[in-house]
Design a protein around this ligand. Structure first.
Ligand code: NAP
Ligand code: ZN
Ligand code: ZN
Length: 353
């Protein structure tokens, strides 16, 4: 019997999200049925709901920062049982066979992973042809894509770790951040605030680059040693060649040439934001100091579990503002004004019956 599911969905790129009902598949042998308690609000949800990244199929239920409790498991499921505290991030399936899947970096699955929302639903058994995300009260997910949330992390503050946490943890690890590293984070939003906390916990000296001084005290509380306003030309000049790694989390088209000057020799800027317009980059500042620009996409399942365990061990969680589902449209507007401290999290128990 398919499972009746209540949700909030975008029905068109120019319409607000509204209540929506559909059916999830009944758990198959490898599936975990999750009672969703909280879902974080990622800027990618907004990009998708407004059709900014292209190809959005409507109606769309966004949400890929899911935290909840196991309600039922299929007969092959050994790692989870009813009542376990679990999470789901941006992926619900992948081919499992390509070199990336075999190496545990399913996010780079060659034929493409199945996104938690807006992906072609290969498993079927729902009333939708595409996957629907976590702004809903239940989800059925293959056990391989389900994470364990450590007991010491409350579900509400853990939810955004499933995207904002792993998306920043993965490049920090990949680029070998540790004691002595000098890391800058551009943009103190959902991803940015996690980048600060994680890099500081790894032992790096962290600097935040922000558009105003409104978030300075928060940045310092999160572990940043230095804070710069990126339109302050003198401060930017003084910070030239200072950083080994820059985590760029800006969610809109922006000027990056002046930020590249902040990289030390052999330094790398990691692009995380889904900006769809080109960002002009000049060759000379790159070749002059063997600087690099790289991209990074979320993280694999194994690494996501490692990140959750790291957060539990270091007492790291997200700074959140909890909202009811019907406040989602206001939350999107505030996110566009960078008025987010530092992740909106939807309390799914407040979905109207
Ligand atoms: P967010 O919470 O809205 O934070 C973005 C921050 O960027 C803002 O708080 C603001 O920081 C800064 N910013 C926004 N507009 C700006 C502009 N025009 N110029 C300069 N700075 C600006 O967003 P998020 O959820 O962290 O996501 C950030 C981006 O990463 C989005 O594009 C999202 O889709 C993408 N994303 C990528 C991945 C991946 O796997 N690569 C995963 C998740 C999200 P200040 O207030 O400090 O200036
Ligand atoms: Zn996300
Ligand atoms: Zn694959």
């Amino acid at each position: 019997m398919p499972i009746a599911t209540r949700a909030f969905a975008a029905t068109a790129a120019d319409k607000p999200l509204t209540p929506y009902s559909f059916e999830r598949r009944d758990p198959g042998p490898d599936d975990v049925l999750i009672d969703i308690k909280y879902c974080g609000v990622c800027h990618s949800d907004l990009h998708a709901a407004r059709g900014e990244t292209g190809g959005t199929a409507f109606p769309l239920v966004p949400g890929h920062e899911i935290a909840g409790v196991v309600k039922a498991v299929g007969s092959n499921v050994t790692r989870f049982k009813e009542g376990d505290r679990v999470g789901v991030g941006c992926m619900v399936d992948s081919c499992r066979e390509c070199a990336s899947c075999q190496e545990g970096v399913e996010q780079y699955c060659i034929p493409g992973f199945t996104g938690t929302y807006g992906g072609k639903d290969k498993k079927g058994g729902t009333s939708e042809a595409i996957t629907q995300g976590g702004y809903s009260d239940h989800i059925t997910v293959d056990q391989h894509f389900v994470l364990s949330i450590p007991d010491s992390l409350a579900l509400d503050v853990a939810a955004p770790l499933l995207c904002a946490g792993i998306t920043t943890y993965s490049p920090l690890k990949e680029w070998g951040v540790g004691p002595g590293s000098k890391v800058a984070v551009i943009g103190l939003g959902g991803l940015g605030h996690m980048a600060v906390k994680l890099a500081a916990a790894m032992g790096a000296e962290v600097t935040v680059l922000s558009t105003s001084d409104r978030k300075k005290a928060d940045a310092e509380r999160m572990g940043a040693k230095h804070f710069l306003i990126n339109s302050d030309k003198d401060a930017m000049k003084a910070a030239a060649e200072k950083f080994d790694l820059i985590i760029n989390t800006v969610s809109a088209t922006h000027e990056i040439a002046s930020h590249i000057q902040l990289l030390a020799r052999d330094g790398t800027m990691i692009m995380l934001g889904l900006t769809t317009e080109g960002l002009p980059v000049f060759a000379l500042p790159l070749l002059w100091r063997r600087r690099r620009i790289a991209g990074s996409l979320i993280g694999g399942i194994k690494e996501t579990q490692e990140m959750l365990d790291f957060c539990a061990e270091h007492g790291i969680a997200c700074d959140i503002e909890t909202i009811a589902p019907d406040q989602i449209n206001d939350a999107y507007e505030r996110m566009l004004k960078s008025d987010v401290r530092y992740r909106f999290v939807i309390d799914m128990e407040k979905l109207a019956a």
